[in-house]
Design a protein around this ligand. Structure first.
Ligand SMILES: Cc1ncc(COP(=O)(O)O)c(C=O)c1O
Length: 388
């Protein structure tokens, strides 16, 4: 029999420690191993499978597109791209209905940093301790998690860091430096699902306006309904950023990234300023369009708000749970015990969860279609795990 584990370990660079099984199939919030075992996926393949594994509407859209035209670049017009761009722009926060398609989160952020420098004619970028923005050299330079960022020194460019949530610290840096752009994860996921007060986000907007800097929201995780009730995080505090970067869940698993660009910035971006071969290809565009259709048709924004409220309510007060963090299905559960220990127990009971940089915080990033009975299954297993 073909030994998948041995062959991957032999031929793939050893960059990821993997779970000890190989997945053959996925359906909804479940993945099925080559041994036929079913795992409840509360990690969504790294916050990617928004509409669940192999949603039939998304699969059909991809299949139809693949059979018609797999690829042509941005040198030609194409109906699926046009429709995907229109739908995304209509879902965007008001005043941000211009889009640029690329392929990943790091690439979206890289382009955002480039636009900030290009439009302001300044080079300094400010980001936050604990933030994660990708693995290219430029986005690592903006990342505030030393474990990743400090692997590459010296960093790519002039860069400042402030503590997340500390508007006074940001104001002090603005007073001293010519800043081109401020980049933030509005909920710092990897850092342990950390959120700031609304006044912090509003303060950043005011400082950027005052100092002619671009405000860049990395909504690679918080975007596309993950926080429940709304498509994007930005409007929650009444803030309109200049740029929103997107990736992960927007193609339900087909690689795609996007930038939402505010009108006043879009007017300053011209032919040739940005480029990509694959960005906005027909296949990715079909996946994005189908993902947006599922979110709308299945009313997933309300579903996430309702089901995450239920899950939070059940978790709060459970023995061994200290706190529930985050919003919607970007959830952090702070345990009294190390989260890695509980993750291992849950995995033994065939439930996949994620960890964070905070050793006591487990991350839940399930598909947006997660059902009530699946939540109840998780809760009953968790109670058992916490009681041993
Ligand atoms: C908030 C955030 N930004 C950017 C990225 C980078 O995205 P990608 O891995 O698609 O380059 C990630 C990936 O985990 C992320 O969580």
């Amino acid at each position: 029999m073909y030994d998948i584990v041995a062959q991957e370990e032999r031929y793939q660079l050893k960059t990821y420690k993997k779970f000890p099984f190989a997945i053959a199939k996925g359906e909804g919030s479940w993945v099925i191993t080559t041994e036929g075992e079913r795992y409840l996926d509360l990690y969504g393949g790294h916050a990617v499978v928004s509409t669940g594994h192999c949603h039939p509407h998304v699969v059909k859209a991809i299949q139809d597109q693949a059979a018609t035209l797999l690829f042509y670049s941005n040198l030609v017009y194409h109906e699926t791209r046009a429709k995907a761009a229109e739908m995304l722009a209509k879902a965007a926060p008001e005043g941000m209905d211009h889009v640029f398609f690329i392929n990943s989160g790091a690439e979206a952020n890289d382009n955002a940093l480039k636009i900030a420098r290009q439009l302001t004619k300044k080079s300094m970028i400010l980001s936050f301790e604990g933030g994660f923005h990708g693995r290219t050299i430029a986005t690592l330079s903006a990342t505030g998690v030393p474990k990743y960022r400090d692997a590459i020194v010296p960093r790519m460019m002039e860069h400042l860091f402030a503590p997340f949530g500390d508007i006074e610290a940001v104001a002090a840096l603005f007073a001293k430096h010519p800043i081109a752009g401020v980049m933030l994860e509005p909920i710092q996921s990897m850092a342990g699902v950390r959120m700031a007060e609304p006044s912090f986000y509003q303060g950043l907007r005011a400082l950027c306006d005052q100092h002619d800097a671009l405000l860049i929201y990395d909504e690679v995780q918080t975007g596309f309904g993950r926080t429940g009730g709304q498509m994007f995080f930005a409007p929650r505090a009444g803030v309109v950023p200049d740029l929103i970067t997107l990736a992960k869940s927007i193609g339900s698993g087909v690689p795609m990234g996007a930038l939402l660009v505010r009108d006043r910035c879009a007017a300053q971006i011209h032919y040739g300023d940005l480029g990509t071969t694959f960005g906005g290809g027909p296949l990715a565009s079909a996946a994005l369009k189908a993902t947006l259709e599922v979110i709308e048709q299945e009313n997933l924004l309300d579903h996430v708000a309702r089901e995450s409220a239920y899950l939070t309510e059940q978790l709060i007060g459970m023995d061994g749970v200290e706190k529930v963090l985050g919003l919607g299905f970007l959830m952090g559960v702070r345990f009294t015990k190390p989260a890695a220990q509980i993750q291992k127990q849950l995995l033994e009971h065939k439930i996949i969860t994620g960890l964070s940089e905070d050793p006591h915080v487990m991350r839940l990033l399930p598909p947006l279609v997660l059902k009530r009975e699946e939540i109840d299954l998780f809760l009953s297993v968790l109670i058992r795990c916490l009681s041993v």
